[in-house]
Write a protein that binds this ligand. Sequence first.
Ligand code: PLP
Length: 394
Amino acid sequence: MPGNSTITVHADREIHPSRAVAPPIYQTATFWAEDGETFAQGAVEPRGKDFYTRFGNPNHAQVAAVVAELEGTEAAMVTASGMAALTTAVLALVSTGDHVIGQKSTYGGTGSVLLNLLPRLGVSTTLVDQTDPEAFAKALTPDTRLILVESPSNPLLQITDLRVVAELARAHGVLTMADNTFATPLNQRPADLGIDLVWHSATKYLNGHSDVSAGVIAGPAELLNRIWDVGLLTGATLGPIDAWLLLRGMRTLPLRVPRHNANGQALAEALQEHPAVAKVHYPGLASHPQHKLAANQMNGFGGVLGIEFTGGFEMADAFLGRLRYSLRSASLGGVESLAVHPASMWRGMLSEDQIAESVPPGLVRLAAGTEDTADLVADALAAAGAVHAAAASA
Ligand SMILES: *Cc1c(COP(=O)(O)O)cnc(C)c1O
């Protein structure tokens, strides 16, 4: 097997019908056929690439080929966003009367699917504490069809024991689907641990340049064909240019991830010593309660860390205002560092009680970009020093 850097540069080559070194952009909504039989075949080819762009496009197929090889799965497909990947898969895999298990600490959109969208469709859901390996087993019912996991989780960086969940699910004929956005296939391959389906907000690390919204799902062809069938109906098609940009971004994923990992680790280590910081949530720290488990199932710990300030809501918000390189922005995984204060970002979306249940008020999520490590650490320490001094003199 070639290495990851070779995969991201070459795994899509056979899908290029031309001799152009950089793949062409198939900016077309549809394709023509020479005869009726070929045309009819194109209409039913799962994840095909030259019938009608909602059914698939060569630029989609190129991204899918690279993702499948990186994740070590039989196949992959592309959607218009990470949320489109999740909702399309869930609509394909569960029906009214079924039960789905998810995590309490999870991406906000995933949480809303579990708490609002699925119950409205008559699908019951249970959200568990993912750090308790027995919680998933306790939540199983005879109607459980799907377990949604996310590790590390957003924004608390909690770890799920993917092997344990996969084994439990297999023993009960339940499907598992892992959000691998934070880890990337470079740091973690859930399919190797027995997880059935792996999905990403490709908007984040896979694309890596904060200029595309996209999603991907990787897994066995049979499951992806079922999801693709529903994708034809939900119509969350990624535009050809965005698919092309995503492929271009993925070419350098194996070069970017080690830098994100190094920056995340350095920031976590430096900030956990700071007097303004109560706690740093980062799976690469020996102080992380699940560090051993993380080290066991990951090759690297990623660029995202949670920083809890001693001065609560105000100090966290002030810290963001002091950062020079990390912009206040609701994304992550790009070359530029971005930071958010979840308790203030969620003010318009959740009630105060819901916010208090989900995150500590003084938590900042910092997503380290690929800038020089020394610059990011100096910037974060200067900002922490400034808010610490301001609190001391107040
Ligand atoms: C951003 C994100 C999503 C949602 O993806 P979109 O591309 O914004 O739809 C899902 N999961 C995680 C962990 C994310 O960070």
